[in-house]
Design a binder for this molecule. Structure first.
Ligand code: IPD
Ligand code: CA
Ligand code: CA
Length: 266
């Protein structure tokens, strides 16, 4: 690995440890217990097991740090200066369907700013990681966002709406509007890998509403360190962990933002 600060080392170590059981579970999907959190939103014994291993490893080193997780909620709530943000399987629907597009995503936040993060797809063995000021990497190679200059030539990725979304029409409206103004749009089912793919120049940009902080925390620093822009829009102050995101290379950012702000289809 090309970075070696104590925080990033610790995240990488916990990802690798947790990925061993995750890969086993991926090979035996029929044995997993799956329950429904809300319509269309599933959690499996693999999500819980993976998260438990990660939390265990991180806590061994820093028992006092705050932790925000998808499956176990918030731990050490009073520590808001130093926090881990964990999504044990980002892309659970893909995982449960045997589609190898899912990842462990872990970010480390200090005083409200993400300092480093790792997104690891254990099936393809691709580890995306970055630390503030030190660049972004895929395994041993430095990565950068694409050089696409115009939105109309761009390949974007998005996700949603969730089955329980109350703003489906708005999300579909944006999808139609943006689709008409770009080269094409993909929907891959893992927000963290969508962001990792923007950071490594495979996609030119990503936008999505109704995400959670753990979906995007690691991706934020990886895209920034790869030379891209990350912005949040329509933030509801009552729900700081809910995020609407635009993450792109530096050239198409404003054009995409302007389209999202648009209220009528052209
Ligand atoms: C989901 C994935 C998906 C996104 C959903 C997320 P999960 O995370 O990132 O791409 O569209 O909004 O909830 O539930 O698989 O961890
Ligand atoms: Ca997620
Ligand atoms: Ca998840």
């Amino acid at each position: 690995m090309r970075l070696s600060s104590p925080h990033i080392n610790l995240i990488i170590k916990s990802c690798i440890k947790a990925s061993k059981s995750l890969i086993r579970d991926f090979g035996e999907l029929e044995n997993l217990q799956v329950s429904t959190k809300s319509p269309g939103d599933f959690v499996s014994s693999a999500d819980k097991r993976t998260e438990k291993i990660i939390i265990g490893e991180l806590q061994k080193a820093h028992p006092d740090y705050g932790i925000i997780t998808e499956e176990s909620g918030v731990i050490n709530e009073s520590n808001i200066e130093k926090r881990w943000i964990i999504d044990p399987i980002d892309g659970t629907m893909n995982f449960l369907n045997g589609i190898p597009q899912f990842a462990i995503s872990i970010g480390y936040e200090e005083n409200g700013e993400i300092k480093c993060g790792v997104i690891f797809n254990p099936v393809t063995n691709e580890m995306y990681y970055a630390e503030k000021g030190s660049g972004a990497f895929l395994n041993n190679t430095r990565i950068r966002v694409s050089k696409k200059k115009k939105l109309k030539d761009s390949l974007l990725v998005t996700g949603g709406p969730k089955q329980i979304s109350k703003i489906k029409d708005k999300i579909f409206f944006e999808y139609i509007n943006i689709s008409k103004n770009v080269s094409n749009v993909r929907k891959y089912g893992s927000a963290s890998l969508d962001m990792a793919f923007v950071a490594s120049g495979k996609f030119d940009g990503y936008w999505q509403r109704e995400l959670n902080y753990w979906d995007v925390a690691a991706g934020i620093i990886i895209i920034k360190e790869a030379g891209g822009f990350v912005n949040f829009f329509d933030q509801d102050k009552n729900y700081p962990l809910k995020k609407n995101i635009i993450a792109t290379n530096s050239d198409i950012h404003d054009e995409l933002k302007a389209l999202i702000d648009k209220k009528d289809i052209e």
